[in-house]
Design a protein around this ligand. Structure first.
Ligand SMILES: Nc1ncnc2c1ncn2[C@@H]1O[C@H](COP(=O)(O)OP(=O)(O)OP(=O)(O)O)[C@@H](O)[C@H]1O
Ligand SMILES: [Mg+2]
Length: 210
């Protein structure tokens, strides 16, 4: 279980607090959906959970132990909005290998099949994949790090509706094995999910009934 308690966050460059006492719990097998309007602090919250930035106060515990920023970077995999804009590899295979100097070929095959890219030629350029395949590749890159917590920022943004459904199904499947938190300004897209749903508003999270 991942637990955030009373997180307060005000970036040095901001005149106002963005998170004002955020408390949440997320557990494996039950995804947590966090909705909120544009500017409500959804991306900032993921940056804090994943240890990319530090909050002014509050604490974050994993399985009952408090984790610092560095430990959270190891724990979490994050797929930010439009991850395909940040691909670096010249091929699918190279993209998967970034940060993994020695990776067995079967590890690559396994992760590709986990995200539904089994048949894809790993010599192909990531830009030549379809929009949905690119999202799957971005997920595969994170899954290789074996994160126990997977954080997703607007995972279906910019995808057409049929591809969107496929990506949502994949994420739902992945949530069985790990803590999964999605932030979105379009919670209606997740209607088919059996999940916890909270809304971020005025820097606080309000639980919404299912
Ligand atoms: N480092 C920063 N310095 C100053 N202001 C910031 C910083 N990071 C975020 N903000 C401000 O905090 C607010 C929340 O930003 P954030 O990106 O977390 O919102 P969001 O809910 O993800 O919005 P969107 O749905 O548009 O992606 C915004 O008003 C943003 O301008
Ligand atoms: Mg955002």
């Amino acid at each position: 279980m991942l637990e955030l308690t009373e997180i307060h966050y005000k970036p040095a460059t901001s005149g106002r607090a963005i998170l004002n006492g955020v408390t949440l719990r997320a557990q494996q097998g039950r995804p947590l959906l966090i909705s909120g309007e544009s500017g409500s602090g959804k991306t900032s919250l993921l940056e804090i959970i994943s240890g990319m930035v530090g909050a002014q106060s509050g604490n974050i515990q994993w399985k009952g132990s408090r984790l610092n920023q560095r430990q959270r970077r190891w724990l979490c995999g994050v797929v930010f909005q439009f991850p395909e804009r940040h691909f670096l590899g010249l091929s699918v295979g190279q993209e998967l290998k970034l940060g993994h100097r020695r990776m067995a070929g079967d590890e690559q095959v396994e992760v590709l099949s986990q995200v539904g890219l089994r048949g894809v030629d790993s010599r192909q350029a990531p830009e030549r994949l379809s929009g949905g395949q690119q999202r799957r590749l971005a997920l595969a890159v994170q899954l290789l790090r074996k994160p126990e917590v997977l954080l997703l920022d607007e995972p279906t943004a910019g995808l057409d509706w049929s591809v969107r459904g496929e990506v949502l199904d994949l994420l739902y499947t992945l949530s069985k094995q790990r803590v999964l938190i999605v932030v979105t300004h379009e919670p209606d897209l997740f209607r088919g999910w059996n999940c916890e749903h909270s809304q971020l508003r005025d820097g606080q999270l309000l639980a919404l009934s299912p």
